[in-house]
Design a protein around this ligand. Structure first.
Ligand SMILES: Nc1ncnc2c1ncn2[C@@H]1O[C@H](COP(=O)(O)OP(=O)(O)O)[C@@H](O)[C@H]1O
Ligand SMILES: [Mg+2]
Length: 468
């Protein structure tokens, strides 16, 4: 089996389709895009696998680089001390001198990974002359065959320019990784564009990535499911008949949108979630864009007390066992980043029910509505295809968003209020896939019936929380 090399980032390795011996990578981007970081990441990760690396640079100061990389968890000094890294700073000289210096370094020892950070001194000098392009082309062919593993080259695109004349290099690279950064509502968002150019059909993938303190480079591949899978998953049980009456038979893979007026968020809408979670022993990831986890905890405690007569300790036991409460301030993230974080979290926790709460303003953060809905729809379909029940709770602040979310859902429940003698009554407008819309008004009689049935749920909760 041929030896495989790594970028140190699983998702990137997958996008590249693995790194075979004699691969040449080109990392391109504006200053500060993360080229040096990614190059160092590749060195570091291979050295951990016992591969020998050579890092050639013209501009980077060794001490500064080592310090910066150690902040993101790459201890270059230790791999250097163990003999797996050789760091060389070359002076900028004539093209001939540079090429000779590189060649002699590479032939002096056997390296598995060689980084050239950056190609710019070489590129700039050959841009005018066709003859030196041919020399360069030849040089890189030779270089890739001399290196056992991967040749990583870096090209810096000057600020203000959108591209770089790569000249001959384009013809020898196997893959180009463009690192881009853009600003989304005032926040930095990093995007990696991976183009495989040789040995495979041209593929083009964009994925957000982060440079994380103590962790290095992390790439997120946003899910883009090509098909919607049918929800043949098992049906979910409810204990309270009223909830079955209201929502019909929900299945895993369904999307339920529960909305309410922004001035009247009633805790009653959370009751079905508690029923579904308890009746199905489901694990729930509850993501709120409005409340903090401890506020959610209090909310659950008061709902369970009011509707199911459950003591706080019992509710806490249910929460600890089955609920994972998390909250994000969406204004502090770019949408792609937020999407990535949620996907990662869902992959890690593998919940049965995913709740998105209070995200009605999310679409206002997108540059254009199409971008938001493409992201959201892909996310929902991915959840659906993974067999999660998705419950979206949102206030109806923007009619367009409410309608869009309704139209992406398999079941819709809109809470309205009807005022009788100044007292609000709950009126639900309900629609389920395959059925006609209905209006359900909850009367005192319903609440009596409900409270009787709610006791069944509390008994179930008590049974479950004491027996394990
Ligand atoms: N400790 C750190 N945590 C997170 N990001 C960092 C850290 N140190 C540097 N960065 C980010 O890494 C980027 C610098 O990356 P670098 O690889 O030097 O860019 P390039 O080589 O493309 O010019 C900067 O944008 C900076 O924001
Ligand atoms: Mg750099």
């Amino acid at each position: 089996m041929p030896e495989q090399y790594t970028t140190g980032v699983r998702e990137l390795d997958e996008l590249l389709g693995g790194l075979q011996p004699h691969t040449m990578l080109l990392i391109a981007g504006h200053p500060g895009a993360g080229k040096t970081t990614l190059a160092a990441h590749i060195c570091y990760s291979n050295s951990l696998n016992g591969e020998k690396c050579l890092y050639i640079t013209f501009y980077e100061d060794k001490e500064k680089l080592y310090r910066n990389m150690s902040a993101i968890g790459l201890d270059l000094r230790s791999i250097e001390e163990k003999g797996f890294l050789h760091f060389i700073k070359l002076p900028v000289a004539s093209t001939d001198e540079i090429l000779n210096a590189i060649m002699s370094l590479i032939t002096r020892d056997q390296y598995d990974v060689v980084v050239l950070d950056s190609l710019n001194p070489v590129l700039e000098m050959t841009q005018q002359q066709e003859a030196s392009r041919a020399i360069l082309l030849n040089f890189f062919y030779q270089l890739t065959s001399l290196i056992k593993g991967v040749l990583v080259t870096v090209a810096e695109i000057p600020l203000g320019k959108s591209d770089l004349d790569l000249g001959a290099v384009e013809f020898v690279v196997d893959a180009i990784i463009y690192l881009k950064h853009r600003v989304e509502h005032g926040l930095l968002s990093r995007i990696m564009e991976v183009r495989k150019v040789r040995g495979a059909p041209l593929t083009f993938v964009e994925a957000p990535f982060l440079i994380i303190e103590g962790e290095g480079v992390k790439v997120y591949v946003p899910p883009k499911p090509a098909r919607v899978l049918s929800g043949k998953e098992r049906e979910l049980k409810t204990t309270i008949e009223l909830i079955t009456e209201m929502l019909g038979e929900l299945r895993k893979g369904d999307i339920l949108h529960v909305s309410y007026p922004p001035h009247g968020r009633s805790p009653i809408v959370i009751a079905p979630l508690i029923d579904l979670a308890v009746s199905n022993d489901a694990r729930v990831l509850f993501v709120s864009f409005t409340y903090a986890p401890d506020e959610l905890r209090e909310l659950f405690i008061s709902i369970c007390k009011n509707y199911f007569e459950l003591e706080p300790e019992t509710t806490i036991r249910v929460l600890n066992k089955q609920f994972y409460l998390v909250s994000y301030n969406p204004a502090a993230y770019s949408l792609t980043h937020l999407n990535s974080l949620l996907v990662e979290l869902i992959k890690d926790l593998n919940p049965d029910i995913v709740v998105l709460h209070g995200g009605e303003e999310l679409s206002t953060f997108a540059r254009d509505p199409g971008e938001f809905w493409a992201l959201f729809k892909n996310f929902l379909i991915w959840l659906k295809n993974s067999g999660k029940l998705v419950i979206v709770y949102s206030a109806r602040v923007r009619s367009f968003c409410t309608k869009m979310t309704d139209s992406l859902s398999d079941a819709v429940a809109r809470l309205h209020y009807r005022y009788v003698n100044g007292e609000p009554k709950f009126v639900f407008h309900i629609w389920m896939r395959g059925s006609n819309p209905r209006v359900l008004e909850l009367t005192e009689k319903d609440f009596d019936k409900y409270s009787h049935q709610a006791r069944k749920l509390s008994d179930l909760v008590r049974l479950k929380t004491t027996s394990g």
